[in-house]
Design a protein around this ligand. Structure first.
Ligand SMILES: C[S@@+](CC[C@H](N)C(=O)[O-])C[C@H]1O[C@@H](n2cnc3c(N)ncnc32)[C@H](O)[C@@H]1O
Length: 408
């Protein structure tokens, strides 16, 4: 292990990331990720997932707890975090998850890691590759163990100017040669005085209010780089991966582009503009091996025969009032990720949303169509609604090998 990686390990072993209590995080629904690519996976084989740099594995444990038929492997070089993750998984009685210690830059040397013969179905890596001394090599290692049909969910830092501003000051004030505890102490003291001097400054306030684990990770890191759109695409290409889509597409298609009728711009130009408008601090995207590509939406004639699931990032809010025993539906809305809720006027989408608020199992398109027809909508309207539900990310079409369910 090189000197830089060793100092990254030292930081995370002293302050295992992330802090907090394990809970269920959204965005890590394995079947949703597999639904993004066009290439089918081999039938019957157990779905295998690698979380590269899982840390204390809050997201991974949440994923394993809800997807008991999927096998999860978390790899990290941080023994302290892995011990905690193992203890938490065993406390929850999870048998579909294991943790291995090792350097992601040398996956072949990680004891016990026996990638499935065809590769992992999903490789998840959040907040890790940008802390490796050679991120291209790190990501290429992940690409190497990804199945041809597999999907890689990646998060790397975008340019986080307020954070960089504080980090630059702390690097001069508390240089990396000092012990980490001392740097933390100096950093905290400086931030307190900056806040006293200028209580309105968001950069100082955010730094003051974050816990120690976040503070060290953000401001005292020995190895970190950030990416703009062009640098990100260069990283992806050099690692022999191809772009499927952003995890948060709305962030990359700001309204200003649509309103100003800039629809002819090439996607990379649109992303550059979106980056300048929205300044995303995290770049979250889904990748695949060359040869796999983004699955196009189905057409209206095929929706009856497909199986769907409620989108893992959609929350349905159904407001009801009880009036002397008679329930009345007041309002229905949907919130995607952490965006503002969108209210749904009475109609097929709102009817479906009421149902989705209580739907756990996948369901067949034909069953939803029948249900909407029984509510008085025309068949063609019901089928077109399914396309709109897909487009608005309220549901997604499951890959074919996953089987069919039914509506309650
Ligand atoms: C910011 S934390 C992210 C943890 C987790 N992915 C999450 O989102 O909560 C980065 C993690 O990557 C691990 N890491 C960084 N470089 C690594 C390497 N070369 N090999 C293995 N783990 C590494 C660190 O030990 C740390 O646990």
């Amino acid at each position: 292990m090189d000197e830089t990686t060793r100092s990254v390990r030292e930081l995370y072993e002293a302050f295992p990331y992330p802090s907090g209590t394990p809970n269920l995080r959204v965005g890590f629904d394995v079947r949703y990720l597999l639904s993004l690519g066009t290439l089918p996976r081999p039938a019957a084989a157990t779905i295998e997932v690698l979380d590269a740099g899982c840390g204390r594995a809050l997201g991974l444990i949440g994923a394993a707890a809800t997807q008991s038929d999927v096998r999860f492997t978390g790899v990290d070089m941080n023994r302290v975090a892995l011990d905690e993750a193992r203890a938490e998984a065993s406390r929850r009685g999870l048998e579909n998850i294991r943790f291995l210690e090792g350097d992601l830059a040398r996956l072949e040397a990680v004891t016990g890691l026996d990638p499935p013969p065809g590769g992992y179905d999903v490789v998840h890596s959040s907040g890790v590759v940008h802390h490796m001394p050679d991120p291209v090599h790190g990501l290429a290692e992940l690409a190497r163990v990804l199945a041809p049909h597999g999907v890689c969910a990646l998060m790397v830092y975008g340019h986080r100017e307020p954070i960089r501003r504080v980090a630059r000051i702390l690097t001069s004030l508390a240089p990396a040669e000092l012990p980490l505890e001392r740097r933390l102490e100096l950093g905290r003291t400086l931030i307190e005085s900056l806040c006293e001097e200028d209580p309105e400054c968001a950069a100082w306030r955010v730094a003051r209010d974050c816990d120690e684990v976040e503070f060290v990770d953000r401001y005292l890191h020995p190895c970190e780089r950030a990416y703009d759109v062009d640098e990100l695409f260069e990283l992806v290409e050099r690692a022999n991966l191809s772009f499927l889509r952003w995890a948060e597409p709305n962030l990359w298609e700001p309204d200003v582009l649509t309103r100003a009728n800039f629809n002819d711009l090439l996607s990379r130009d649109r992303y550059r503009i979106a980056e300048s408008v929205n300044r995303p601090g995290k770049l979250e995207l889904y990748l695949a091996r060359p040869g796999n590509s983004l699955c196009p939406p189905p057409d209206v004639t095929s929706v009856d025969g497909l199986t769907f699931a409620v989108h893992p990032e959609a929350t349905f809010i159904v407001e009801r009032r009880s009036l002397r025993g008679a329930g009345r539906l007041e309002a229905v809305s949907v919130r995607l990720r952490d965006e503002e809720p969108d209210s749904l006027p009475p109609g097929p989408l709102a009817t479906a949303a009421v149902l989705f608020a209580a739907t756990i199992e996948p369901f067949r398109g034909v069953d939803l169509v029948e249900l909407l027809v029984s509510e008085g909508y025309e068949r063609a309207v019901a089928q077109a609604s399914i396309l709109e539900l897909l487009q608005r990310e309220m549901i997604y079409a499951l890959p074919l090998d996953v089987g069919s369910g039914s509506l309650p």
